[in-house]
Design a protein. Structure first.
Length: 122
């Protein structure tokens, strides 16, 4: 799913409306829980980070309700792209620029990508 959902995409489930905002990223606690610090690298390499959503409209969700797309973010940056840029593709400044234009992406991510772009200029 991470490869098909753009950050900023909106969906409806029942009468609830949500928006994809960022990937779910592991913390060091995952390594502690599993007793091996390489689990974070393996988790990220799996391409299945998970997605955090923002609730746009409260409502009711029932068993069997479909997740229906409402709108697609025009910047065309997937959740997987964000993880890729963070983990191993720090030279893809074109995608970083598009990511920084996504209003739904938390400020911390935009700051991180801005810092990465500044480092590539040096």
């Amino acid at each position: 799913m991470e490869h098909a959902v753009n950050v900023g995409d909106q969906f409806q489930i029942g009468s609830v409306k949500i928006m994809a905002t960022q990937p779910r990223m592991p913390s060091y606690k995952l390594g502690v829980k599993f007793g091996r610090m390489d689990i974070i690298r393996r988790f990220l390499a799996s391409g299945r980070s998970g997605i955090y959503f923002k609730l746009l409209k409260k409502g009711v969700v029932g068993a069997g309700d479909k997740i229906e797309p409402i709108s697609r973010d025009k910047n065309n940056v997937t959740v997987r792209d964000i993880v890729r840029l963070y983990v191993d593709d720090k030279q893809d400044t074109e995608t970083m620029q598009r990511a920084m234009r996504i209003k739904a992406l938390p400020e911390g991510w935009r700051y991180h990508f801005n810092q990465q772009m500044e480092q590539t200029k040096k």
